[in-house]
Design a binder for this molecule. Structure first.
Ligand SMILES: *Cc1c(COP(=O)(O)O)cnc(C)c1O
Ligand SMILES: [Zn+2]
Length: 504
């Protein structure tokens, strides 16, 4: 629809104004810094930062109801820059001119209702939000669209040139970073650091395909992260890990989309989110807080953070009920099928601690919860979901297992509608499904495949067939007819098919 075809009262708001005044704010000492410099940590106290809009109050001059209409009408606009996460421009990047926005098709991923069989099995009404349907097949694209749009803005303003964007990754961050950076070629180049043999072949193929410099180093993600931090402290590089607060801003779009998809009524809504480096849950809480503050949603949903028992530092931290006694202790991770969340020392932990407290304070009751799940449950529930029409990755399985754990603890009640984050596409983690089906998981995963969930291809070659086709060697005539009919018969027998009999 063209701008002049929208209702009169919406038209002045369709195109975002750029009246935001963003600054970095330190979570340690509270210092504020301008955004004309790329900052990842506070120069004073080294603590992580979040980005604030000093003019946020202006957004409250527009009623929540009008904001809802603005976002709903923007769905019908044909302007690239407003098609993705920047539909919520005023809340995500209110200083970025639209011609600096990078849009590669991210955001607005579908919310898919679980079918009746699966809902009955789980005993809760729930949806998967398929964030694997983002361009690089994970939710990381939301944050990269924001971080790279900002870098593009800085380049256009002349604040930056010849950028080398760099990140450590459990696989998906590097895929997203390399993709978005390659779009800004030649002004932006990218390099990614991966833990050797700790990303899947599909994930490794992504930054290679985008033309990034790919480095594999010994150890796990936490080790890669330290190397990248060392690089960013001593060299002129742009860090694209979620330490970069622009990533968090972009990932807030996840909460805005859920708000909009549920018609802004979030009473009796709960979300389940897997936690790795904790950037995602930070953004999810921050997003809902902003929409609630602006009167766009009527209440804050419950948020359940889920971790594998093999990488559970955040869960452990919140096991202590007494806030004053809580102490964060990094853990040494063990092998996990939720490999993108296999992180023992999450960079965003200070943000989580700060936002969990605020979230519950603003809600007026406890609305944040943390659960842990076994590797076995992650795999079993991923496969169960996908046998019912979903395309959940292992982390989607982790979300579903987390929903069951939360339900068992009484955190989720009968009236709740739950949204599970399937953070990546199933295909990225197909290797774990393969190990499950072939029953060859290494012992340290602690996974015993369930017979009723295993699947394998059946090779059909009737023993009485002497000739079968081969690539480049087709069969002809009688031999081919015999091959077709015998093979069809054999499949019919295995499927127990009844012969079609024509009625006379
Ligand atoms: C990055 C990632 C996570 C973990 O998100 P954090 O923001 O690091 O907590 C979970 N699932 C997938 C597929 C990811 O790529
Ligand atoms: Zn500080």
């Amino acid at each position: 629809m063209k701008a002049e075809q929208f209702p009169q009262e919406i038209r002045p708001y369709l195109m975002p104004s750029h009246a935001g005044r963003l600054s970095y704010r330190c979570l340690g000492c509270g210092s504020e810094y301008g955004i004309e410099k790329l900052l990842y940590i506070c120069p004073e106290c080294q603590q992580v930062l979040l980005i604030y809009d000093q003019n946020f109050a202006r957004l409250k001059n527009i009623s929540g109801a009008l904001w809802q209409q603005i976002f709903d009408y923007r769905k019908m606009l044909n302007i690239d820059a407003l098609k993705g996460i920047y539909r919520y421009h005023e809340f995500i990047g209110p200083v970025l001119p639209l011609d600096t926005v990078i849009y590669l098709g991210e955001g607005h991923t579908p919310l898919i209702a679980a079918n009746q069989a699966l809902q009955e099995k789980v005993g809760v009404r729930f949806y998967f939000k398929n964030d694997g349907q983002n361009p690089s097949a994970s939710f990381k694209d939301r944050g990269m669209a924001s971080a790279l749009s900002y870098i593009n803005f800085m380049v256009q303003k002349g604040y930056l040139s010849d950028v080398l964007a760099i990140c450590a990754s459990t696989g998906d961050t590097s895929a997203a970073a390399a993709l978005y950076a390659s779009y800004l070629k030649p002004q932006v180049k990218s390099a990614v650091l991966l833990p050797h043999k700790k990303v899947t072949p599909q994930q490794l193929s992504q930054p290679l395909g985008s033309g990034a410099a790919v480095f594999e180093i010994p150890g796990v993600f936490d080790d890669c992260m330290k190397v990248v931090e060392a690089l960013s402290e001593s060299y002129n590089v742009a860090l694209l890990n979620s330490k970069n607060a622009w990533r968090i801003l972009g990932q807030e779009s996840y909460s805005y989309e859920i708000s909009q998809d549920l018609a802004y009524d979030l009473s009796h809504t709960a979300l389940v989110v897997p936690i790795g480096n904790a950037g995602n849950i930070t953004a999810v809480m921050s997003g809902f807080l902003k929409f609630y503050d602006a009167g766009i949603i009527n209440c804050l949903p419950k948020i359940v953070g889920v971790q594998s028992k093999h990488a559970n530092p955040v869960y452990r931290y919140y096991l202590e009920p007494d806030t004053a006694k809580r102490k964060f202790i990094p853990v040494t991770v063990k092998s996990s099928v939720a490999q993108a969340a296999m992180i023992g020392n999450p960079v965003s932990m200070p943000r989580v601690i700060y936002l969990v407290q605020r979230y519950n304070e603003v809600a007026g009751c406890q609305k944040t919860f943390f659960v842990e799940v076994s590797e076995q449950d992650i795999m079993d529930w991923e496969i169960a979901a996908n046998r019912n029409g979903h395309i959940a990755c292992t982390h989607g399985g982790e979300s579903l297992a987390g929903l069951l754990a939360a339900k068992a603890q009484g955190v989720i009640d009968d009236q709740d509608i739950v949204v599970l984050d399937s953070t990546a596409h199933a295909l990225k983690f197909a290797g774990f499904q393969e190990m499950y089906f072939e029953q060859n998981f290494p012992a340290d995963y602690n996974i015993s495949p369930r017979q009723d969930l295993i699947n394998a291809p059946l090779y059909v070659h009737p023993t009485d067939l002497d000739h079968v086709p081969a690539p480049g060697k087709p069969l002809k005539g009688e031999a081919f007819e015999r091959f077709v009919s015998r093979t069809a018969e054999e499949i019919a027998v295995r499927l127990n098919l009844k012969k079609y009999t024509a009625s006379k």
